[in-house]
Design a protein around this ligand. Structure first.
Ligand code: HPA
Ligand code: ZN
Length: 349
């Protein structure tokens, strides 16, 4: 699907994108050379750049715990395998600057990238390398490309809660608090949701709120127990946004909860389109509009989802969702409303 001039011209806000999911194969290859390490995904070593590129065409949309194949990498296995080439502060910086440059090309004015610090510390990377790389990109991305950002510390839900709490403590000096460095202003929850409900992390969320940060959680589309996860997020945790959360449409009580608490969904249409028929998926966008549920359009992990970025996701909503130009502008306004930029910054988007 080509990006139309209308979609290209819209000013954009992206608030659901994992920075590690923007690591393009060309950069992954270059960083592996620089660090003198092989490029490996699930036991397969790629000896040429062409072989590596080919591997990204595999559709990572199956869930082994739901009966999917076990021989090809899942989306998350590919995503975490990609992280292996990130070793030095410069590696984290270069990946992030590449995303922010891409933002400027797509007319993205404000971004709230998630980062998975545990994906790096559990490989033995010092947390300062990660956070200082991101901090320098936040600063220089604004200077060089005019893209402002505040980032989101993301807990890995399939790791022990105590590990997440420890990582949070280490990262706190980089937070957007009175004495902090201003990198991240929120805490999120992602990775494999199977048997890892958000309520397990309730104390981490409460801690973040006490520290003056925002909170959001993934409730992946089609995940086992997704309705219970959404219910917990709204009613037990008091979450401010939900990442995905599209399954709420199956249950009027969840929809009512979203509307009553003014909780918006950060949707990523292409992520669902990988495993859902067009005629099943896209009418859901109009249903949400009809029910008054706030949502906006994002990319999630563009590199591991066939190189469909936020502009491509918006094009899909526009084209397959049969939305009007006015409705697309409305979705951008939703993103501005849902993002956690200062009002003075929002006024300039
Ligand atoms: N789902 C869950 N966890 C994630 C994702 C995702 O799409 N991307 C990065 N972590
Ligand atoms: Zn996500």
């Amino acid at each position: 699907l080509e990006i139309s001039p209308f979609i290209q011209s819209l000013p954009k806000v992206e608030i659901h994108v994992h920075i590690e999911g923007t690591l393009r194969p060309a950069i992954r290859w270059a960083l592996a050379q620089r660090n003198k390490i092989p490029v490996v995904t699930k036991g397969v070593t790629y000896h040429t750049y062409e072989e590596l590129l080919e591997s990204y065409k595999v559709i990572y949309n199956h869930r082994p715990e739901q009966g999917g194949r076990k021989d090809v990498p899942t989306f998350l296995e590919a995503y975490f395998a990609g992280c292996d080439v990130l070793r030095t502060e410069d590696d984290f910086y270069d990946m992030s600057m590449d995303y922010l440059k891409r933002c400027s090309e797509m007319n993205v004015r404000w971004a709230e990238p998630f980062f998975d610090i545990q994906a790096h510390t559990r490989r033995g990377i010092p947390f300062e390398h990660v956070l200082n790389g991101y901090l320098r990109a936040q600063q220089n991305g604004e200077k060089e490309y005019g893209v402002k950002s505040k980032w989101i510390f993301c807990l890995l839900r399939d790791e022990p809660v105590e590990e997440g709490a420890k990582a949070y403590d280490q990262a706190l000096p980089w937070a957007d608090t009175p004495n902090g460095k201003g990198l991240f202003h929120a805490v999120g929850l992602a990775s494999n949701a199977y048997k890892r409900p958000p309520v397990l992390f309730k104390q981490c969320f409460e801690r973040a709120k006490r520290d003056g940060l925002h909170i959001t959680t993934h409730c992946d589309f089609g995940q086992t127990d997704t309705h219970e996860h959404i219910r917990q997020a709204i009613f037990d945790i008091g979450i401010e946004r939900i990442d995905h959360g599209l399954d709420a449409l199956d249950d009027d009580k969840l929809i009512q909860g979203l509307v009553d608490s003014n909780i918006g969904l950060t949707l990523c249409p292409h992520a669902y389109h990988r495993r859902t028929k067009t005629e099943v998926l896209f009418p859901k966008l109009r249903q949400l509009l009809g029910k008054g549920v706030m949502f906006c359009i994002n990319s999630d992990d563009p590199v591991y989802m066939h190189d469909v970025w936020v502009d491509g996701n918006m094009e899909k909503a526009y084209h397959y969702g049969d939305l009007t130009k006015g409705e697309m502008v409305g979705l951008v306004r939703n993103a501005v409303h849902m993002c956690w930029a200062d009002q003075t910054v929002k006024d300039t988007i």
